[in-house]
Design a protein around this ligand. Structure first.
Ligand code: FES
Length: 144
């Protein structure tokens, strides 16, 4: 009974997250592969924003594959240099890569569902997708 109540609360939270994103004008595009990716001397990932036009508007999402097989999503949730978010696309349940499905990230292993900004909508994952530190200018985003 307690578990069912918790799941209901999680689902309600997911609906509210989705409604809040829509209310903020955050309607996502399909994720596209990133271009213009380099690594700086400190080992951080640098994304040339002028080459990734989908990030010019709120809802734009690009994915950046990493050498270890994992991926990062860089998404725009708001305008300006503070409006970008970088997420680790490894499920926080058991590390399986999540995939974009509509306006969410879904894990194919056990069905966890995350809001585009990483919050848990449905378990079994309990923790949100990991966010990477990010700094941005008008022309580039530095992740790591
Ligand atoms: S690894 Fe993603 S739900 Fe289990």
């Amino acid at each position: 009974m307690e578990k069912q109540k918790r799941e209901t609360n999680v689902n309600r939270r997911g609906v509210l997250c989705g409604a809040a994103l829509i209310a903020m004008g955050f309607l996502p595009d399909a994720a596209v592969a990133a271009t213009g990716i380099t690594q700086n001397k400190a080992g951080k990932i640098v994304v040339d924003l002028t080459l990734n036009k989908s990030l010019a508007k709120v809802g734009g999402v690009i994915t950046i594959p990493l050498q270890d097989g994992s991926s990062i999503a860089l998404l725009r949730k708001a305008a300006g240099t503070k409006g970008l978010v970088a997420l680790n696309l490894s499920c926080t349940h058991q590390g399986v890569p999540v995939q974009m499905s509509g306006s969410a990230w879904v894990c194919p292993a056990h069905g966890s569902k995350f809001a585009l900004t990483g919050a848990v909508i449905n378990g079994p994952a309990q923790a949100p997708l990991q966010k990477y530190p990010l700094t941005a200018t008008a022309t580039k985003a530095t992740i790591g």
